[in-house]
Design a protein around this ligand. Structure first.
Ligand code: NDP
Length: 386
């Protein structure tokens, strides 16, 4: 039986993970579950998984969580420090599914205390790739991707040598605005952007998918995770979301990973690794599917992909700048302060501004936090100054 801690248990990935864990009660012993502010959902999850600890990041929700869990024998704590302490509890698998920069420090702590770090929080590799990989190496921690594209690439590379991989092709659905013109994109709302045609995900990643900033983050994540050059990375639109990504090898062969667009596959693969166990996913019926389509990315429509290329080439702290500017721009879009297309302008200006300063090759977590804060302040100012 494996001990597991689930960070971000109340979110989209957290809920899918909860279903998988509860379907395999003989395989997993849940130690910690955490949430941000949703005490009701966290309490339900903690009870369902018979977790030993439940931690809520929002301290004001402590009393509510304590009340909901009274009599269940589940320890309760609250606040950022409690969350980080929970990440240091040794477990076999730590599944990191907190959204955004808030999850980065948690991943860094868990990399020191878990045998396997199953990573959904892509911001961890985008902002702190070298630190996270070093922490995993120093502590013999296995880093496994949970993002479906990276799980696909990981599975295509199993038993292969990375030096034989010529190209890594990330697939993208194209999101809800695939065939929109730039004129139409100017006035789309957050509600429209959140309606992903294929995947059911949290609000922020759904809007990032519509702008392709999610794919852009995944490019940086791929570079960090597999130690490949930005020139080896490609994005192709595969609107049915059946091919989750591909690896092209030096002999011209291409391996593709396919499956239904359901995160249970990638989550179950990471939780059960190195075994491959049965999962209750729909099975593909190729006859019913009929065809698989492909389309090049229109870079005028989706500048996020080009901007990720810029950030990867700058390297150093540019990933932290990219993420902070993107998160700040998304907050402003959600607040109705900027339009959909303005988000890429904010990220572009932030990268240009950052390029004028120092970009150390070696950096600490404090450097990342300072860069994150400075970029958010710059991004806000750049909008006010328009
Ligand atoms: P959700 O928004 O659905 O869930 C986010 C989780 O993070 C919730 O449990 C939330 O708690 C918690 N959280 C939010 N802010 C904080 C904070 N400050 N401190 C602690 N916990 C916090 O996100 P998703 O599940 O969609 O995504 C999670 C991560 O996985 C993201 O990094 C995303 O990019 C990545 N990912 C998601 C995929 C998906 O299909 N959803 C696919 C691949 C990657 P609460 O709700 O209680 O406030």
């Amino acid at each position: 039986m494996k001990t597991v801690s689930l960070f971000g248990a109340t979110g989209s990935i957290g809920c899918t993970s909860t279903t998988i864990l509860s379907n395999q009660p003989d395989n997993f012993d849940v130690v910690v579950v955490t949430g941000g502010a949703n005490a009701e959902q966290l309490a339900k999850t903690a009870i369902k998984l018979a977790a030993k600890h439940a931690v809520i990041a929002d301290e004001t929700k402590y009393d509510a969580l304590k009340h909901l869990l009274s009599g269940h024998g589940i320890a309760v704590s609250a606040g950022r420090a409690a969350l980080l302490d929970a990440a240091e509890i040794p477990v076999d698998v730590s599944l990191q599914a907190i959204v955004g920069f808030a999850g980065v420090e948690c991943s860094l702590r868990a990399a020191k205390s878990s045998k396997v770090l199953a990573l959904a929080n892509k911001e961890s590799l985008v902002c702190a790739g070298p630190l996270l990989k070093q922490a995993c190496t120093d502590n013999d921690t296995i880093l496994l991707p949970v993002d479906s594209e990276h799980s696909a690439i990981f599975q295509c590379l199993r038993g292969e040598q990375i030096k034989c991989a010529e190209r890594i092709i990330l697939t993208a659905s194209g999101g809800p605005f695939l065939n929109h013109s730039n004129d139409e994109l100017k006035s789309v709302t957050a509600e429209q952007a959140a309606k992903h045609p294929r995947w059911s995900m949290g609000l922020r990643i759904s809007i990032d998918s519509a702008s392709m900033f999610n794919k852009a983050m995944e490019l940086i994540e791929t570079k960090e995770l597999f130690d490949v050059s930005p020139d080896q990375l490609e994005v192709i639109i595969q609107p049915q979301s059946i091919i989750h990504s591909m690896v092209g090898f030096c002999d011209g062969s291409i391996m593709a990973h396919m499956g239904p667009p359901d995160m249970s596959g990638a989550i179950g693969y990471a939780l059960n690794h190195p075994e491959r166990l049965p999962l209750p996913l729909d099975r593909l019926d190729f006859g019913a599917l009929g065809r698989l389509d492909f389309q090049h990315v229109n870079h005028d429509q989706f500048p996020a992909i080009r901007l990720a290329g810029d950030a990867m080439r700058m390297s150093g702290l540019a990933g932290a700048v990219f993420n902070a500017a993107k998160e700040q721009a998304l907050d402003m879009f959600l607040a109705g302060d900027i339009g959909f297309l303005d988000m890429s302008h904010v990220v572009e200006q932030s990268l240009e501004h950052f390029q004028c300063g120092d970009n150390p090759i070696k950096f600490s977590f404090t450097d990342i936090v300072e860069t994150d804060l400075a970029t958010r302040a710059f991004a806000l100012q750049s909008i006010k100054g328009r």
